[in-house]
Ligand binder design. Structure first.
Ligand SMILES: NC(=O)c1ccc[n+]([C@@H]2O[C@H](COP(=O)([O-])OP(=O)(O)OC[C@H]3O[C@@H](n4cnc5c(N)ncnc54)[C@H](O)[C@@H]3O)[C@@H](O)[C@H]2O)c1
Length: 322
């Protein structure tokens, strides 16, 4: 029989895909989610579901759990600038309660969803884990604060912890896919144009120092990401807080994404070049060398057309109500 894991935020995009992978690997899964941005039907069949907050995790966490995978958070950069207090309360305050609950229950393994936003403006490309962390939003700052909290918990109380710093997660896995509301991620936004739900896609800045003038980002398939979480559970070591970037190591420009959506969907996808947005670095690409070395992880779905095709299949299924 497999292990038993608590998946916080498992009704959301990434958490539901990881929960599905854990179930497929023979583990037992309990999803704890308050449905603030997630969906009850997103919880994979076979997982136990608790509708509740991580702030109250002590009510449910006990020694029967082998570990926690912690996805629950608010994660909209723009919203975090407008309402920083909510990000500190939920992301930092909530994780503080979760760590306390884990300590008292004796649950000593944690995999945490950190983010590329902890780095802020990159000093070099690709970004490595030893690069400076200087987040440019309360969202990134709240995630970095949690990373610091976890380092202390590992050093002082022997937690076995891995933080995975995701770059741009994309694609879908079976019935689990991306459905943020409001949506701020490029691929689902471009797909909304292809579905006829948006007239055009805005390209923020066409004069960046990149080959086609648009920003370059590192897209990682959500199923590759899920595999990294299972490897992280195996690699977690008592007293150590391991931090690993997760990306393709390969950037794609905004225009390449739009072109790929055109060829996958057959829709012309009109684009409108708009002013640059403040705080958007030209290139954000991860070095995944640490993840490869420490977790034995390598992305196997790095092809942009494959990522977009999977996201498109999911978006169309949702549109048709199936
Ligand atoms: N999607 C990305 O590209 C990306 C990139 C970097 C990091 N991340 C991180 O990955 C994690 C998952 O992201 P996602 O895209 O799946 O977001 P999501 O909004 O789809 O999922 C987050 C889930 O957490 C739940 N939640 C929030 N606060 C909670 C609380 N206090 N108690 C219980 N449940 C709560 C929400 O209801 C939701 O189901 C987040 O921590 C995010 O910061 C995501």
């Amino acid at each position: 029989m497999g292990n038993k894991y608590l998946v916080t935020g498992g009704a959301g995009y990434v958490g539901s895909v990881v929960a599905q992978h854990l179930l497929e690997a023979g583990h037992r899964v309990t999803v704890l989610d308050d449905l603030s941005t997630g969906f009850r039907e997103g919880v994979p069949a076979g997982a136990e579901f608790i509708e509740g907050r991580i702030q109250d995790a002590a009510r449910w966490l006990d020694a029967s759990y082998d570990g926690v995978l912690h996805f629950a958070a608010f994660s909209q950069v723009g919203e975090s600038v407008a309402k920083p207090e909510e990000y500190w309360a939920n992301n930092v305050g909530g994780t503080m309660e979760l760590l306390a609950a884990m300590r008292s229950a004796g649950v000593r393994t944690l995999v945490f969803s950190s983010t590329a936003a902890t780095y802020g403006e990159p000093v070099s490309t690709p970004i490595t884990e030893s690069d400076p962390t200087a987040p440019t939003s309360p969202y990134g700052a709240s995630k970095l604060a949690v990373d610091h909290m976890i380092s202390g918990e590992a050093a002082a109380h022997g937690l076995a912890a891995v933080s995975l710093r995701y770059f741009n997660v994309a694609g879908a896995y079976g019935d689990c896919g991306e459905r943020h509301d409001p949506e701020s991620h490029l691929i689902p936004l471009v797909l909304q144009v292809a579905l006829g739900r948006r007239e055009s896609i805005s390209v923020y800045g066409g004069d960046y120092p990149t080959p086609d003038g648009t920003c370059v980002r590192d897209y990682i398939h959500v199923a590759d990401l899920a595999e990294a979480h299972l490897l992280a559970l195996d690699a977690a070591t008592a007293g150590e807080h391991l931090i690993c970037n997760l990306g393709n190591g390969n950037g794609f420009s905004v225009r390449e994404v739009i072109e790929t959506v055109r060829s996958v969907t057959g829709h012309p996808v009109p684009e409108v070049v708009a002013e640059r947005r403040g705080g958007d670095p030209a290139v954000l690409v991860a070095s995944a060398a640490t993840a490869q070395e420490r977790l034995g992880w390598k992305p196997s779905r790095a092809d942009l057309a494959g990522i977009v095709s999977d996201a498109w299949a999911f978006a169309r299924r949702r549109e048709n109500g199936s």
